[in-house]
Design a protein around this ligand. Structure first.
Ligand code: F6R
Length: 606
């Protein structure tokens, strides 16, 4: 949700900032801009729309600049426009600021500055930061920014240039992500490490309240008490290839196809000598006192949590409930030191999830994060962290993060089940082997991806549709429905199959697509009945089921078979055709699959 980058060094500043912005475009694509220090002045170029617009407007322009900041915007305050794009100058153009986050007290600050004669040229909250820096400037830009921070309420990661300090890039963070890339005689800032991979893999993650000043050969970080601090240097394992399309037309397709590898790596990281190993996270003593598990997340991560709840209840036999982070916080949940709360977040930066985490921690719960991003805020705030091994996920629509989160939940459920003594050795072995086989089975579905295209061709001309399933299949249906909504703009809803006839069936008419997920063998007869009910009212049936289920095939217009597995683990597989269906439908409609409208990856506002 807005991406910021910054550079100081002797490289081609304009190109480095542009390339960083291209990598971060998934964080918002309403507008983009950059500020470069050139010949003692700060030059700002910004354009509404995609980064290509900015690149076009910069074409042929040469700047002798060794320091710059850039921004890609997901609009919050003020419509997408050139005027509201970042960077924002101060009134006298001595300062330029890029910002990710929301300044909650901006109206108070704005009024105060206007009374002093400051004239604002945008509707954004961010502009108060640049104006305040001008107003409070004391000859030392680092010290000024530190003092300005004390006036700001809300969340921010900022990059600041001041024309009197042509070799200093100042940055700061509070509740929004910011990472410093450490180079050779050059240094960087970025909202996320993927923008840095081309240049360096050594980074410092800033903590809340930190302020830093970067020169080409020096980085100084100060904590919220203004003490010079040494943050731990981290090495990023991700490689540049993972953050590029590698010949795929879209990141979403590439990431769907990366799932066998991602699940395999997640499995290998956590399974040692045939046993799921989370001893770094939980031991018998922790488990012994836990009587309730909450799983908290947003969007797709929440849907992975639904599968997690299923796995924890069925395998670990522990009372578990999944909830949406933004609801959980205000629902007055009963939490104490016997509660374990698992927070799931690909980015590790989602505001609602983070706020729920802080709430659970304050009530004494044991908090565990499942996240994909090393060093992310949620990973640092939680008591314990489990990393998924999905690699960078760039497409806005989450796919491989979801399957690796699901893999973690199943392995964790097995680990807890063994600690609690609720699983036989035989079953344990069988289940581990089921999970181990998943990458190969996912690959088989991907090898047959062409079979999904007729369903996408049908779907692309529809304006709505339904996803139905029972038990675990319903949990997968919810994710399938979200996936197609976000990338193809077709309105779909997921329903528990049995619930459909309690009202929603009134919406079924001739040709309405109904996607049926039916992998739970004990419920297949009931699913067949549900299919017949909607078919009798004109529905077009697209079914996902185990490949030999003739009963299902016979009642479906399109049947997509998946490899056989134990029902408990079917969610690993049934989601794959649904992701492909969403992708191909979006592609068939000519939508920008990786950057669907109104969305941004990593939602860092509440
Ligand atoms: C949908 C999607 C979102 C995210 C949600 C949480 O494809 O990606 O629904 O799952 O915004 O994001 P994280 O997992 O980063 O907390």
């Amino acid at each position: 949700m807005c991406g910021i980058v910054g550079y100081v060094g002797h490289g081609d500043t304009k190109e480095i900032i542009l390339q960083g912005l291209r990598t971060l475009e998934y964080r918002g694509y309403d507008s983009s801009g950059m500020a470069l220090m050139s010949d003692g002045e700060i030059i700002v170029e910004k354009k509404e729309g995609r980064i290509q617009n900015l690149a076009d407007s910069l074409k042929g322009k040469v700047f002798s600049s060794e320091i710059g900041i850039g921004h890609t915007r997901w609009a919050t305050h003020g419509v997408p426009s050139d005027r509201n794009s970042h960077p924002h100058y101060s009134m006298d153009k001595s300062v330029a600021v890029v910002h990710n986050g929301i300044i909650e007290n901006y109206q108070v600050l704005k009024k105060e500055l206007e009374e002093k004669g400051y004239v604002f040229s945008s509707e954004t909250d961010t502009e108060v930061i640049s104006q305040l820096i001008q107003d409070m400037y004391n000859g030392d830009i680092l010290d000024t920014v530190i003092k300005v921070q004390k006036r700001l309420e809300g969340s921010y990661a900022i990059g600041v240039l001041h024309k009197n300090h042509p070799d200093e890039l100042v940055c700061a963070r509070e509740h929004s992500p910011l990472v410093i890339g450490i180079g050779e005689k050059e240094n960087f800032i970025a909202s996320d490490v993927s923008a840095l991979l081309k240049y360096t893999k050594d980074v410092y993650y800033l903590e809340d309240g930190d302020t830093a000043v970067l020169k080409s050969g020096e980085i100084k970080i100060f904590d919220k008490n203004e003490n010079l601090v040494q943050r731990e240097k981290k090495y990023i394992e991700w490689n540049l290839e993972q953050a590029t399309k590698c010949g795929y037309p879209h990141f979403m397709l590439k990431e769907i196809f990366e799932q066998p590898q991602a699940v395999k790596e997640t499995f290998n990281k956590r399974v040692h000598n045939g046993k799921a190993d989370f001893s770094d996270v939980l031991n018998y003593k922790d488990i012994e006192k836990i009587n309730k598990i909450y799983i908290i997340a947003c969007g797709t991560a929440y849907h992975a949590g639904l599968q997690g709840q299923f796995a924890l209840q069925k395998i670990a036999k522990l009372d578990s409930a999944a909830d949406i982070a933004s609801e959980f916080r205000y629902s007055d949940p009963f939490i104490d030191d016997k509660t374990m709360v698992i927070f799931v977040s690909q980015s590790g930066e989602t505001s609602d999830t983070l706020a729920a985490l802080k709430e659970a921690k304050s009530k004494g719960a044991l908090t565990i994060a499942i996240t994909n991003v090393v060093g992310s805020t949620i990973s640092r705030e939680a008591d314990k962290v489990i990393y998924t091994m999905a690699g960078p996920e760039i497409a806005v629509a989450s796919t491989k993060a979801y399957t690796t989160q699901v893999a973690i939940f199943y392995l964790l459920a097995l680990y807890i089940a063994e600690l609690r003594g609720v699983i036989s050795e035989e079953k344990y072995k069988e289940y581990i082997s089921e999970i181990k086989d998943m990458p190969e089975k996912i690959q088989k579905i991907l090898d047959d991806c062409e079979k999904i295209k007729p369903a996408a061709e049908y779907f692309k001309n529809r304006i709505n549709g339904f996803y139905i399933g029972r038990g675990l299949d319903y949990k997968v249906a919810v994710e399938g429905s979200l996936k197609i909504k976000e990338v193809s703009y077709i309105h779909t809803e997921a329903f528990a199959s049995g619930e459909l006839k309690h009202g929603t069936i009134a919406l079924i008419e001739e040709g309405t697509p109904v996607i049926v997920i039916a992998t739970q063998r004990n419920l297949i007869d009931k699913s067949v009945s549900n299919i017949k009910e909607v078919k009798a009212r004109g529905a077009y049936i697209i079914t996902i089921g185990f490949k030999n289920e003739e009963n299902l095939k016979n009642v479906s217009d399109i049947f997509i078979g998946i490899p056989e597995c134990n029902d408990l683990f079917a969610g690993f597989l049934s989601i794959i055709p649904l992701q492909l269906l969403a992708y191909y439908t979006s592609e068939a409609k000519g939508i920008d699959v990786d950057k669907p409208r109104n969305l941004a990856k990593s939602v860092t506002v509440e």
